[in-house]
Design a protein around this ligand. Structure first.
Ligand code: GDD
Ligand code: MN
Length: 374
């Protein structure tokens, strides 16, 4: 639908915005000034804005960008407080712009900004919904990567292709542009976990996206350091899980159930220790084992299942109390359902299993609502 031009500007009306370039930053002070220069050069023929999304850099990045954005209306800054995460930062930046085409580029100059106009054109000219800078097509390369890093990246790419079913040659790329309407359609299902937003968006789109790829060579980082660590690798597997089995069962429940299974082993271990080594009565040993297992489950759920809502300090103590209460009621439900089914002549293992299933769903639901509530 065509709207009449707004009359809020005194003439002349500025040219309409064409492209937003979202730049996630975490301690990139030494890179952002150069990046802005390079963007201005590369995008001379396009009406663009840069949306920086900073997650609490401590090296002066947001202060510097604040300065620049006051003088240059093409530069905008979103500062997030108390939050971390590349994908969610980029998603927020993308949704904060009204530009018809939205692109992402790393702040550390590793992506080739000279490819941005080609990514933009592919979408603006209607060739594609999603245009991706790829290192794995003719003319593209991973630059000076070690054989080990290349192998890891290849493996992660293969996993993505087989698990999330993407047709991208470089699903791990953090360098792409997308049509705003397509982004908005995918947005409600984007999980925003970890580092790999492209994969997340491609797998979340309700209709298959038309994809264009443009080769580029991954540059080496000159200033600052990479933020990739083992937690981020774990988040990658989580994203893949979410985009495959996560469509049927919440990944958090699977993690919770996994912790529960390990908890059973802890319970049995403690029980046998108390019986054999401390020679306590069965009643006392079983009580110790239950308490130990509850504490263990609470700790591991807090570290792993609810890492994003982790309780610390005093809140950990009250969390443990509420979790213990939840588990006690869960155990009652577990026993109740089991006994009921057993009386109705179910096989003992079926009755036991059904009780355990109801107990775990209860524990999970109530843990979500009470112990680790948002
Ligand atoms: N706001 C925000 N929050 N920015 C972040 C965060 C975060 O938690 N973590 C990293 N960044 C920013 C960095 O400042 C940088 O601009 C960019 O995201 C990429 O981070 P690097 O730490 O340099 O990542 P990398 O080089 O190991 O991996 C990247 O390269 C791949 C290859 O293209 C990632 O950007 C991938 O997305 C990309 O595909
Ligand atoms: Mn980098």
């Amino acid at each position: 639908m065509q709207h009449a031009p707004l009359r809020i500007f005194s003439s002349p009306v500025p040219a309409a915005l064409q492209l937003a370039v979202v730049v996630p930053t975490l301690n990139e002070r030494e890179n952002v000034a150069r990046l802005l220069e390079l963007l201005a050069l590369a995008l001379a023929d396009i009406e663009w804005e840069a949306v920086f999304v900073d997650d609490g850099s401590s090296d002066g990045t947001p202060e510097y960008l604040t300065e620049v954005s006051r003088r240059d209306r093409r530069v905008r800054l979103i500062r997030r407080v108390g939050r971390r995460g590349l994908s969610s930062a980029v998603m927020e930046g993308m949704l904060a712009s009204t530009a018809p085409v939205v692109a992402v580029i790393d702040a550390d100059l590793q992506h080739d900004e000279r490819v941005l106009p080609a990514l933009y054109r592919a979408i603006a000219d209607g060739e594609a919904d999603l245009a991706v800078g790829t290192r794995y097509a003719d003319g593209g390369s991973t630059g000076t990567w070690s054989a080990r890093r290349r192998a890891i990246s290849r493996l992660a790419t293969r996993l993505a292709v087989s698990i999330a079913g993407t047709r991208l040659s470089d699903p791990m790329s953090g360098f792409f542009a997308i049509d705003r309407d397509c982004l908005l359609r995918a947005a409600p299902r984007v999980s925003g976990v970890g580092y790999k937003l492209l994969l997340d968006i491609a797998a979340s789109s309700p209709t298959p996206l038309r994809i264009a790829e443009r080769p580029y060579t991954f540059r080496t980082r000159d200033a600052g350091t990479s933020k990739l660590d083992s937690a981020i690798v774990l988040q990658y597997f989580e994203l893949l899980a979410e985009k495959s089995i996560g469509r049927c069962i919440p990944i958090r429940f699977i993690k919770f159930a996994l912790v529960g299974l390990i908890g059973v082993a802890v319970h049995l271990g403690l029980l046998s220790l108390a019986l054999d080594i401390a020679s306590l009565s069965f009643r006392a040993s079983q009580m110790i084992a239950v308490l130990g297992a509850i504490c263990f489950n609470f700790w591991l759920n807090n570290q792993f299942t609810y890492r994003d809502r982790r309780l610390r300090g005093l809140r950990m103590a009250s969390g443990l109390v509420s979790f213990a209460l939840v588990c006690s009621l869960g155990a009652l439900a577990n026993v109740g359902i089991g006994v009921m089914l057993f009386r109705e002549h179910s096989a003992w293992w079926l009755a036991g299993l059904a009780g355990a299933a109801v107990g775990s769903v209860w524990n999970y639901t109530m843990g979500n609502l009470l112990t680790w509530r948002r």
